[in-house]
Ligand binder design. Structure first.
Ligand SMILES: Cc1cc2nc3c(=O)[nH]c(=O)nc-3n(C[C@H](O)[C@H](O)[C@H](O)COP(=O)(O)O)c2cc1C
Length: 204
């Protein structure tokens, strides 16, 4: 069995939708899947000042929070984050910054990782967000598996980001184009297949 963790941050539900699509497809591909959100860092007052943010936080109260153990367990990890000023959300970065202990023990080496994001607009920094996440994964000795243009889904009108599936939401809560959901599902399937092959190969 291949273990796949989908670890994400979302404030208004767009990345949550993409994370769910990724998790569903990894499961369909035969993986054991953990869907995990990272902990909220924003003050309660900030969350409550935005009705969409507050509603999403309440709707996803039952999604378990990610822990470093989820990374140790996983053969492949899909990371999702909205773009924040061209970078990953601090909430996801904070989670990554809790992995020093397992990194020092070599437990993050050879993980298959792949990332997806969401922006307000087309030129809002999707690639820079994914590239920034990749900096961390090089330190882990992870194996970054981007979708590239390895499937026809990448040529759909709303897709086409070889770095990782990306949605343009115009800041509307839960506004993810179906093509983007298909793209992130494909990305999860590809990461699962590569992790399965890698696991078999390394244990041969
Ligand atoms: C503080 C902040 C910074 C943002 N920075 C960017 C940005 O650099 N580029 C962009 O296109 N969108 C930016 N956005 C918009 C979000 O990335 C976008 O609305 C995304 O779809 C939200 O995903 P979520 O619903 O999963 O939280 C920003 C939003 C916030 C609140």
């Amino acid at each position: 069995m291949t273990n796949v963790a989908v670890i994400y941050y979302s404030s208004t539900g767009n990345i949550h939708k993409m994370a769910e699509a990724a998790a569903a497809e990894a499961e369909k591909s035969g993986a054991d899947v953990r869907l995990r959100k990272v902990a909220e860092l924003a003050p309660r007052a900030a969350v409550e000042s935005n009705p969409a943010w507050a509603a999403h936080a309440e709707a996803t109260e039952d999604v378990p929070e990610a822990t470093p153990d989820d990374l140790v367990w996983a053969d492949a990890v899909l990371f999702g984050t909205p773009t924040r000023f061209g970078l990953p959300a601090a909430q996801l970065k904070q989670f990554l910054d809790t992995t020093g202990g397992i990194w020092a023990q070599g437990k993050l080496a050879d993980k298959v990782v792949s990332s997806f994001t969401s922006t307000n607009n087309v030129h809002g920094g999707q690639e820079s967000t994914i590239l920034a996440l990749n900096n961390t994964f090089y330190h882990w000795g992870a194996i970054i598996v981007p979708p590239g243009f390895t499937d026809p889904v990448q040529f759909e009108k709303a897709n086409g980001n070889p770095y990782g599936a990306s949605s343009v939401t115009h800041n509307e809560p839960g506004n993810v184009h179906p093509d983007n959901l298909a793209a992130v599902a494909y990305q999860a399937r590809r990461a699962t297949e590569i992790a399965t092959a890698l696991k078999a190969g390394l244990s041969a």
